[in-house]
Ligand binder design. Structure first.
Ligand SMILES: [Mg+2]
Length: 219
């Protein structure tokens, strides 16, 4: 009888009190995914993007008024800056698969992110040259440019895509070199817009504007 109690008592306590370890101080993966989905789907994401792009728009308007630069330019990243990839991300359960990603790009289904599209149109109206500096590879360039055109981005001066054989652990050297090449042509990059710090680090821009991304990280 004593022996049975020895086993039964801890078991009873476990059932009654749901004993558990204290555990880590972050959400479980399903909860975190749900929170992220809510952020994107219930209006918070677009509200935050709108807030940042209003600041960026005001900034390029002020610089245009000052007429300080002979060849002013803006730089836009593509994924989750110019084009919304949420459909792919959600469809993948916020995971990633290189082959399916390539297929999704080829479908040219990226929608414009409206405040960024409006910013690009305003930049064009103000006389800025528009450059895209994308982490998408050269093999994806044609589909990406067609997608950007289809959703209404104004004519760009140059589209930079990552070389197919680029294998460095970070995109920063590639993206920085693109901006250096733009400025080498006499342009002043007034504003650089991206959703990753790796879009913005490395200089060659007067101001940088970072959009939210809670789904993935590109170093
Ligand atoms: Mg991006």
């Amino acid at each position: 009888m004593k022996r049975i109690l020895c086993f039964a008592l801890p078991l009873l306590l476990l059932v009654a009190g749901c004993a558990t370890t204290k555990g880590p101080q972050f959400a479980s993966l399903p909860d975190a995914k749900e929170q992220v989905a809510e952020y994107y789907e219930k209006g918070d994401y677009i509200r935050d993007v709108t807030f940042i792009m209003r600041k960026a728009t005001q900034y390029i308007q002020d610089v245009a008024k000052s007429k300080q630069y002979a060849k002013p330019a803006i730089v836009l990243d593509v994924d989750d800056t110019a084009l919304d990839t949420y459909e792919y991300q959600r469809g993948m359960g916020f995971g990633h698969n290189g082959k399916l990603w390539h297929t999704w790009i080829a479908m040219k289904r990226g929608k414009a992110i409206p405040p960024v599209l409006e910013f690009a149109k305003e930049a064009e109206r103000l006389g800025y040259a528009i450059f895209f500096v994308s982490g998408r590879r050269e093999a994806q360039r044609e589909d990406t440019e067609l997608n950007l055109k289809a959703v209404g981005y104004p004519q760009w001066t140059q589209f930079f895509s990552k070389p197919d054989n680029y294998r460095a652990p970070s995109v920063i050297p590639y993206k920085t070199e693109c901006r250096r090449k733009i400025e080498e042509q006499g342009y002043t990059i007034v504003a650089n817009i991206g959703d990753m710090t790796s879009d913005l680090d490395g200089g060659y821009a007067l101001e940088c504007f970072l959009l939210p991304n809670y789904i993935y990280e590109v170093k």
